[in-house]
Each structure stands twice: as structure tokens, then as C-alpha cells.
Design a protein around this ligand. Structure first.
Ligand code: GTR
Length: 323
């Protein structure tokens, strides 16, 4: 861990130290998941462009711990890179909340337009005081509710369900406002919690529903599309500060170049996961999302409290298709 910090700096006498090494990176998803593949691709680009002086080793499958834990380690420099959901960032930086509001994006195209604009750069830059340098946003598609009990067609169907959420007050408020009971637990523990009946359901995108095998234990998948929040790739400020300006530029460029690669993989993965579910015994139902969105107004009001956040929300909505 802390690859760059740990590796010996190769430098010529009298020259600025040239840091060399393999950057460590964490991801909660398995090795073949698009986010993992994208960071590996970024590492390949970095290695090519530095003659092997810099590279990336991804620790996949949550082997280094939950996103909340690894994020903390990253902010102290124990890990170089981390690919995470915005949920754990919501708790440390208010500027990340607008991207995580339920129903704030009307489509994947809207979300991509926003993160590709200067708004995306502003939110990434907001992480610096927390020991993190935001590099890029990746896709995460739409999140839908799934559970072991019944199809969710209207918010009334959610009443009383114990639904897992990631560690984020916003997610807790969202699920509780819909009438269910939010249970924050790490992603890696959801399968077992579902299988043992500790929770009744959870919410996630098609690819995670399949790759984490939640579909084997939660047979009702309801297309609520309540969140279109992007993922984030961050690098520790500790690591960043040890890189030369040229290497920082190379890291930023390789990260940016991994985004179109990731989006191609992502779009294919969504289709593949959808096909797996349609062919399975899972009951998928469509949902009129308006009554769900209507219940989110107090949640927006509770979490969007500063003029800076309100301005971000307004700019996000202006870039939508105005549904
Ligand atoms: C996934 C996301 C992960 C993780 C997970 C969760 O969609 O890619 O980073 O946060 O959801 O629900 O915890």
C-alpha cells in the first residue's frame, strides 16, 4: 500500500527526485467489473507513457475493506487511488450532495453532460481539503430497488421494508421518506444479509445486482431509477504532492482517457446484466416514478442547505432535458 510512498525514488544527483512506483487502488467490485477494468486500463496507459516508471495495481473485490474505510485510508496516504461511490464522499464534502440527490438527473446522458462540464471539475476540486484529489467520474447507471417480499409499484409497497443503503445520511433519509426502514451496511455484506433475512432488500444498478449475486436471493426488481449518481475516482493528496507536475498531468490525462473506455464497457455491461436478469426467475416491474420523486422534495430541502449547493442543483437541472 502507499505504493508510490513506499517505492524508492529513483533520481540523479542534483536533479529533482523522480518518484517511481506502482500506485495502489481499491475497488469494492470484482476484477471483471467496468470500474476495475477502467482503472487497470488507466494504469496500462500510465505505464506505456512513462516507460513503466508508473503503473497501477487494483485491489478488487473489496479486499482492502469497505468504501468508508478505504476512503479514510486514502485520505491519509495509506492507499494511492480509490474508486468509490459518491455516498461515502457525501458525508465529508457537501458539494458532492447535489450529484447524489434522488431524481436530480433525468437520464444517463444528462448525468454525463453534467460531469463532463466544468461542474464536474468543481465537484472533483471540492475534495482537496479532505486529503483527496478528484480525478474523474465514472458511470454507475440507474439504481433501482429490489427485495425479497413483493414488487414495488407505488411508494406504499415500500412501507415496512428493511432496505440496505450505503453509509450515507442522504440515502438513509431517501429510503425513510419513501416509507421503508433504511439499514446502512457495507456493500460486501449485502448478499449475506439478504440471504439470512436480516434485510428485505436493497437498491443498486443492473450490473451490481448481477455481479454481487443479489438477484439469486432477491427476486423482485422494480425499475424506480431513483438515483443516477456517478462514481468517483480519487487519488490521495499525499501521493499527489509527491508527484512531479509532469507526472500529475500524466495521471490526470490517463484518468480522463479511461472515461470513454469505461463508458463503452459500462453500456455493454448494463445490457449483459439486464439480459441475465430477464432470463432468470427475477420478476422485473416498471414503475411510474412521479409519486416517488414527489416524496423526495423534503429530502432535497433537508440536504441542500447552502447557497453553493443550491446553485449547483440549479445548474444541474438547467442541463437536463426538462422532463
Ligand atoms: C455500486 C457502486 C459501489 C458501491 C455499491 C454500494 O453501484 O459501484 O461503489 O458503492 O454500489 O451500493 O455500496
Amino acid at each position: 500500500m502507499g505504493g508510490i510512498a513506499a517505492s524508492a525514488a529513483a533520481f540523479l544527483p542534483g536533479c529533482k527526485p523522480q518518484l517511481a512506483g506502482v500506485l495502489t487502488s481499491s475497488d469494492t467490485h470484482p476484477a471483471d467489473y467496468p470500474t476495475v477494468q477502467a482503472v487497470e486500463y488507466m494504469g496500462k496507459l500510465l505505464a506505456e507513457r512513462t516507460g513503466g516508471r508508473l503503473g497501477i495495481k487494483v485491489y478488487a473485490g473489496g479486499q482492502l475493506g469497505s468504501e468508508t474505510d478505504t476512503l479514510e485510508i486514502t485520505s491519509f496516504g495509506g492507499l494511492d487511488l480509490n474508486r468509490i461511490n459518491l455516498a461515502p464522499l457525501n458525508s465529508i464534502e457537501p458539494a458532492t450532495l447535489p450529484f447524489a440527490l434522488p431524481f436530480v438527473f433525468d437520464s444517463v446522458a444528462h448525468m454525463r453532460r453534467v460531469v463532463d462540464s466544468e461542474l464536474g471539475d468543481e465537484v472533483l476540486a471540492s475534495l482537496e481539503p479532505h486529503g483527496l484529489v478528484g480525478l474523474v467520474f465514472y458511470d454507475s447507471g440507474a439504481r433501482h430497488f429490489y427485495n425479497t417480499k413483493r414488487p414495488i409499484v407505488t411508494p406504499a409497497d415500500m412501507v415496512g421494508l428493511k432496505l440496505r443503503v450505503p453509509a450515507s445520511d442522504l440515502y438513509v433519509a431517501m429510503v425513510n421518506a419513501l416509507g421503508a426502514n433504511a439499514v446502512p451496511i457495507p456493500f460486501g455484506e449485502v448478499y449475506q444479509a439478504l440471504a439470512q433475512g436480516v434485510i428485505d432488500g436493497a437498491e443498486n444498478n443492473w450490473p451490481s445486482f448481477v455481479s454481487a449475486r443479489h438477484y439469486e436471493v432477491a427476486p423482485y426488481f422494480s425499475l424506480t431509477a431513483h438515483l443516477l449518481t456517478p462514481e468517483a475516482l480519487v487519488i490521495s493528496k499525499e501521493t499527489w504532492d509527491q508527484l512531479s507536475p509532469d507526472d500529475r498531468a500524466l495521471v490526470r490525462l490517463a484518468a480522463r482517457d479511461s472515461v470513454p473506455f469505461m463508458r463503452r464497457l459500462w453500456d455493454a455491461r448494463v445490457e449483459e446484466a439486464r439480459a441475465t436478469i430477464i432470463a432468470s426467475e427475477v420478476l422485473v416491474n416498471s414503475v411510474d416514478t412521479d409519486p416517488f420523486a414527489a416524496l423526495m422534495r423534503p429530502v432535497w430541502d433537508e440536504f441542500i442547505t447552502t447557497p453553493q449547493q443550491a446553485a449547483l442543483v440549479e445548474r444541474i437541472l438547467e442541463m437536463g432535458s426538462g422532463r
